[in-house]
Write a protein that binds this ligand. Structure first.
Ligand code: SF4
Length: 363
């Protein structure tokens, strides 16, 4: 028996788990196991996919934050799916299979340093003063590429970048490409996006040769949401709208960020009043990582100039009056001079329009 660290794609020591969940574990058992630091799930046969479901339930419903180990009958073809489902370590038949597992993980290009999973176990929450110092150090660097390089050199673990393909995120993706920083780039496909959003995903991947993982909502949760609230229930109340955002955005984001050390976002203070106090770096308790907003101090003009100077492709709807682009049924164009955010959930009369992805206000 041998073990592979899926994040690093390298052989690792046998994980010291005390609890092994069988594939038919019930919800009570999962709940009780969720506080373990290292937890194993058994796969009796490689065709038995129940372990993947258990992993999702543990992460999304029971808040499991430890190291997740897949043990039993596993094959290299499952490597990427194991990683995407939140597993950190997997059992290999023996050391001779290491190369096959590494090859299977190769397309999933994520940059790692050192023994990630043991790092994570030992990682302590950063103190607010330490984070504030880190934020001001990064903010003192003038260029986006410089900030990203500095971040990369000081980061252990996966840098996750959730792109919405809007202007800010296109600038960051260009910066990552230019700086040679390998990040785990993904986008949340809510199932209600504009056709133009899919076009810009394809165009951007082709331009920079950087794979963009497309993360979908959990199918069962989505079916339950639609059965309960209807396909367009989000128009009926703020609660129903937030429930839709939670299933289509917040939960998939949580899954995609699991195990990452850094979360890069395109949040800027100038975007709207609710973001005026956003720090460049903050500890994000919900995901147990550092959230970095490398464009936080950029003005609208800074962003526009950067896009033009670097010939960066932008979402087609930006040219049609959409300063902020989300899901098709919840986004409309705004008129010149109107609040750029007013086209999002326009039927709601509230000053703080957020979907739950970005809630951090201060370091
Ligand atoms: S923006 Fe609208 S369609 Fe998209 S997840 Fe939120 S409520 Fe649902």
């Amino acid at each position: 028996m041998a073990w592979i660290d899926l994040n690093e794609a390298r052989e690792t020591d046998a994980p010291q788990f005390e609890v092994i969940l069988e594939p038919d574990a019930d919800d009570e058992t999962l709940k009780a196991a969720a506080s373990e630091k290292i937890l194993a799930i058994r796969f009796p046969k490689f065709r038995d996919g129940r372990g993947f479901t258990l992993a999702r339930l543990l992460l999304e419903h029971h808040g499991f934050k430890g190291v997740l180990v897949a043990t039993g009958h596993l094959i290299p073809d499952q490597a990427q799916f194991l990683l995407r489902s939140g597993f950190n370590v997997a059992e290999m038949k023996d050391e001779a299979h290491l190369a096959s597992w590494q090859k299977a993980l190769e397309r999933f290009k994520i940059h790692f340093q050192k023994a990630w999973y043991s790092e994570r176990l030992n990682r302590e929450k950063k103190s607010s003063s330490c984070i504030a110092e880190f934020a001001s150090q990064l903010e003192s660097i003038d260029t986006l590429v410089g900030r990203l390089k500095s971040l990369d050199s000081q980061t252990k673990g996966r840098i996750a970048f959730a792109t919405s393909l809007q202007k800010e995120d296109q600038a960051i993706l260009f910066g990552l490409w230019k700086a040679g920083v390998k990040a785990d780039v993904f986008t949340l496909d809510t199932g209600r996006l504009f056709p133009e959003t899919y076009d810009i995903i394809a165009l951007t991947q082709a331009r920079y040769g950087i794979p963009i993982r497309v993360i979908s909502p959990d199918a069962i949760e989505l079916e339950e949401l639609v059965a309960q609230n209807g396909v367009n229930g989000f128009y009926e109340s703020i609660e129903k709208r937030k429930a839709c955002c939670f299933t289509r955005k917040v939960q998939p984001l949580k899954r995609a960020l699991h195990g990452a050390s850094v979360w890069l976002t395109g949040v800027r203070r100038a975007q709207f009043a609710g973001r005026a106090d956003m720090p460049l770096a903050a500890w994000e308790e919900a995901h147990e990582l550092i959230k970095i907003n490398p464009l936080v101090d950029w003005s609208d003009d800074d962003l526009e100039c950067f896009l033009i100077e670097n010939d960066i492709p932008v979402h087609a709807l930006h040219h049609k009056g959409y300063p902020s682009i989300g899901c098709q049924p919840c986004t409309k164009p705004v008129k010149e001079g109107e609040d750029p955010r007013s086209g999002r959930w326009w039927w709601e009369n509230q000053s703080l329009k957020e979907c739950g992805l970005h809630v951090t206000q201060a370091a």
